[in-house]
Design a binder for this molecule. Sequence first.
Ligand code: SME
Length: 175
Amino acid sequence: MKDIPRITSSTAAKSEFYPELLEQIKAITEDQSYWVTNLSNAAAIIYHELRGLAFFQAKPINWAGFYLVDPNDDQKLILGPFQGKVACTEIPFSKGVCGAAATTRTTQVIKDVHQFPGHIACDSASNSEIVVPLVKDGRLLGVLDIDCEETEGFDECDQAGLEAVAKVIIDNCAW
Ligand code: SME
């Protein structure tokens, strides 16, 4: 098993957290190109490290994972690898925060999901959410979706960090 760098309590400041998260994601994906494998490990790292960060900064993540463009319907997302409670299996592009990220191909930082028209409540514990689109060479592949139990769980720092993480994942997988 490859040695994956760990994030320690001394690096729990969010500005230092994301570069270290990026190194972990690079290390776990660079020798592997199968997307199921890489997305599974990426979901596990993101979920557990963000919850570790939450220990210091009180940000309780309750779901982290991927929705992928349905190979049989390019206007629909289907559930991919994730960590957290059971989630809805299909999301049309016209629905939810994930649908908005897929349609606009821009990251959605939603401070209060209950104020978002069409939000899909898979887990009633979710109060805020960030969704990063995965786009490679102009092709939408899916989205990275992370939920938080607190309102205003994500900001521009999370957005920049997670967009960089998404890029590494995209580049290290064969799609
Ligand atoms: N809340 C999402 C649906 C997916 S779950 O959060 C896992 C949305 O509105 O797109």
